[in-house]
Write a protein that binds this ligand. Sequence first.
Ligand SMILES: Nc1ncnc2c1ncn2[C@@H]1O[C@H](COP(=O)(O)OP(=O)(O)O)[C@@H](O)[C@H]1O
Ligand SMILES: [Mg+2]
Length: 253
Amino acid sequence: MTGFVRLDGVSHRYGGIQAGPEGVLAVEDLSISVGRGELAAVVGPSGCGKSTLMKLATGLQFPFKGSVTVGEQRVSKPVKIAGMAFQAPTLLPWRTTLDNLLLPLEIVEPHRSRIRRSKAEYVERAEKLLASVGLGGFGSKFPWQLSGGMQQRTSLCRALIHEPQLLMLDEPFGALDAFTREELWCVIRDLHAARGITIILVTHDLREAVFLADRVFVMSSRPGRIVEERKIDIPRPRDLEVTFTKEFQDIVH
Ligand SMILES: Nc1ncnc2c1ncn2[C@@H]1O[C@H](COP(=O)(O)OP(=O)(O)O)[C@@H](O)[C@H]1O
Ligand SMILES: [Mg+2]
């Protein structure tokens, strides 16, 4: 499989001179290749460089060694075809749910020059997206009127509003209770199935990784690199029931 997202022998340091001995060597000789349409999960201990991997793949940081490509293109600036969601939903409290969703479109071309003329079209797109994650009719609510899970759904929609080919999820459900978290697993599963989008999910929850992923990558402690890779052969569509099977639990173990 040729990789849609590829990091080849990538090293990245924060602070000091990149190739020098000072600062924090976050990842070293990190290689990973994720196919188009694949759902890859990355797991590893806290501080091992998972978020760094996400930033390198989307052009928010640049390595001093190795190469990063997305869709055959060498990454040298923020990757436009990517959407991202994080552990904190980071919604603007003074904007309604709908206006939070529209925010990226007000900033990023080509939407930015179109949004005023085609507002109705974009609003319709946003409302459809909200409905697809079970938030139909909530567009006029403010973030503080939503539960944590609803805010996280909104954050997901915001990451998807420009119809990215690549969705990056950095521990998106870490702050939620178990019930809400598992509900959102199903939201991600359905989004992936419906859109054929490539997803990279960082998580420290092994059950989450096994339930959602086609492949799970395990990172070493810092400086992070991929030390293990496991294909998950559980057939799709997967229901939450599958998490109680021996097959599932053996993989998690
Ligand atoms: N902006 C930064 N400046 C300095 N050090 C950083 C920065 N971001 C991350 N680090 C350090 O790099 C290492 C990897 O961080 P990160 O990729 O956020 O890990 P993870 O997401 O796996 O918890 C950590 O030791 C962290 O303290
Ligand atoms: Mg992180």
